[in-house]
Design a protein around this ligand. Structure first.
Ligand code: FES
Ligand code: FES
Length: 156
């Protein structure tokens, strides 16, 4: 099997794999990176979102060949328990989750929009999160959290 190389959370990573295996399978299985979750498996719910470059993308239907030599970021690369990302602090402050299953995908979608646009409007945040489903109905709090993080990042 070929070896596919890419950057994962800032670290050069090489995986010997079937090029058609999904990135989500490789992340959660071989690499033990478990923040991206399996939801629909069809690119519809956003639970498996990872950042590729400056875009949030579904990893459940992304073949490994398509990430060769690209930069992939998961929640593990955003922040740590000791040094959380401003988005993670804001989600806690706004209590922007219930069960939490969708949250890692939503954090990635939010991080991607802030990377492209550090001062988004509320409408732009809602558009950025539009592909992420939350069955607990926490969307409004999540939008507030993203705007709070953007404001904090603008003054730091
Ligand atoms: S599990 Fe990938 S979009 Fe739903
Ligand atoms: S917090 Fe439960 S699905 Fe979003």
């Amino acid at each position: 099997m070929p070896t596919i190389q890419f950057q994962l959370n800032g670290t050069a990573t090489a995986v010997e794999t079937d090029p058609d295996q999904t990135l989500l399978d490789v992340l959660r299985g071989r690499l033990g990176v478990t923040s991206p979750h399996f939801g629909c498996g069809a690119g519809e719910c956003g639970a498996c979102h990872v950042m590729v470059g400056d875009r949030a993308m579904a990893s459940c239907d992304m073949p490994m060949w398509s990430v060769a030599n690209k930069e992939v970021v998961t929640v593990e690369g955003l922040g740590t328990a000791d040094q959380p990302h401003p988005l993670q602090r804001a989600f806690i402050s706004e209590q922007a989750m219930q069960c939490g299953y969708c949250v890692s995908g939503i954090l990635i979608s939010a991080a991607a929009v802030l990377k492209r646009n550090p001062s988004p409007t509320e409408a732009e945040v809602r558009t950025a999160l539009d592909r992420n489903l939350c069955r607990c109905g926490s969307h409004n709090r999540m939008v507030r959290a993203v705007l709070r993080a953007a404001a904090e990042m603008a003054t730091s």
